[in-house]
Design a protein around this ligand. Sequence first.
Ligand code: HEC
Length: 111
Amino acid sequence: MNPSSRFPLPLLAAMACMLGSPTRAAEPDEWKLPSETVELRAGKGREWVAGQCVLCHSADYVTTQPPLARAAWTATVEKMRAKYGAPVPTNAVPSLVDYLVTAYGKPDPAK
Ligand code: HEC
């Protein structure tokens, strides 16, 4: 009989790992993420940005931008969604951009 039909493959793999490091399995690794030190400025919609825009990188990416106009912040948020897969719902985009323009932007150039 083929051994893999009696033992599912993941079980065999786990057993092989345990054989490889019998002592280390007893002591779990201790590790911590560094704490987030960047504070986003207060403002309406801040909690959206704090929730959605720090999933992949720190809030530094927002706070260290030069003051951007609405079109540039909109393009940034759209890039995060389209290119990098940020899970921002479409209907949340306007409030995110409102916050970003108010807290880290500049007024649109006069038309
Ligand atoms: C799915 C992951 C992900 C999420 C969520 C995300 N970003 Fe990004 N962001 C990236 C990646 C990847 C880069 C490029 C990193 C690099 O070049 O080092 C980036 C870069 C940036 C930059 C630097 C300038 C640029 O255009 O590359 C800014 C500003 C930025 N993100 C803002 C935001 C904002 C605002 C949000 C919330 C709407 C957000 N990010 C959410 C992945 C993400």
